[in-house]
Design a protein around this ligand. Sequence first.
Ligand SMILES: *[C@@H]1O[C@H](CO)[C@@H](O)[C@H](O)[C@H]1NC(C)=O
Length: 282
Amino acid sequence: MGTLYRHGKMFVLMVLLGLMVSSSAYGAGNFYDTFESTFGGHRVQIFGLGNRDLSLSLDQGSGSGFRSKKEYLFGRIDMQMKLVAGNSAGTVTTLYLSSDQSTGRHDEIDFEFLGNVSGQPYTLHTNVFSQGQGNREQQFHLWFDPTTNFHTYSIVWNPKLIMFLVDETPIRVFRNYENRGIMFFPKNQPQRIYASLWEADDWATQGGLVKTDWSKAPFKAFYRNFNIDTSTNGAWKNHDLDATSRNRLRWVQKNYLIYDYCSDWKRFSQAFPPECKHSKLL
Ligand SMILES: *[C@@H]1O[C@H](CO)[C@@H](O)[C@H](O)[C@H]1NC(C)=O
């Protein structure tokens, strides 16, 4: 009786563990299971083994986009992306998190890739919104050509910080400083994962100086092998900088940062946003 009972308990435990593993692995990487298209109709295409590849396209009729079916409160999102090649001036490719925007007090965490004329670098634009307020931009150049290969872009979001990573290298850390009385951090509203490819030649190209070359349309951006980790025992929960990643972050911030709102004296001549006095601590 005793051993049967113990075996029974062991069996239940193993079934439970199996369920936990398979439910977190289930659908991982399959775009049909996890995402739905938001605009652009046939311009959103899912293909490849296990439906792990997706392409967005942009022509003069429309751009395109998709979003997750579910909302998430904290976690880690990884997405491999290959950006519009050639003359991509005026195109904007995005990967971001956003809560419901109809509230007027939405939260958002952004990666936006601003295209450029052939041979000139993309700008990677990042921003954080809390309760409808943004204005927390940092922009970067990349240390590789993002159009020739897939690279992994990740957002780690936990109650203490938001970390933006490119191929595991942290490029930006945005911390929650509520223990110092600074109330600007998304932490109450669940967010969906969004991605899109659209045209913004007035905003994205040096104030509209360069126009989108529609003779090169349709423009295409590729997404694949995403991973969403919201597991309660996930490493994202306590993810922070260690000595190595802090050095990597400093390397990026020293060599590839091209705009930081906390250094924009003209724009914030009255007062910098309050977190700026801590942001150099990283
Ligand atoms: C395009 O490249 C030029 C020259 O390197 C750079 O000054 C500009 O910021 C780039 N534009 C975008 C949108 O990345």
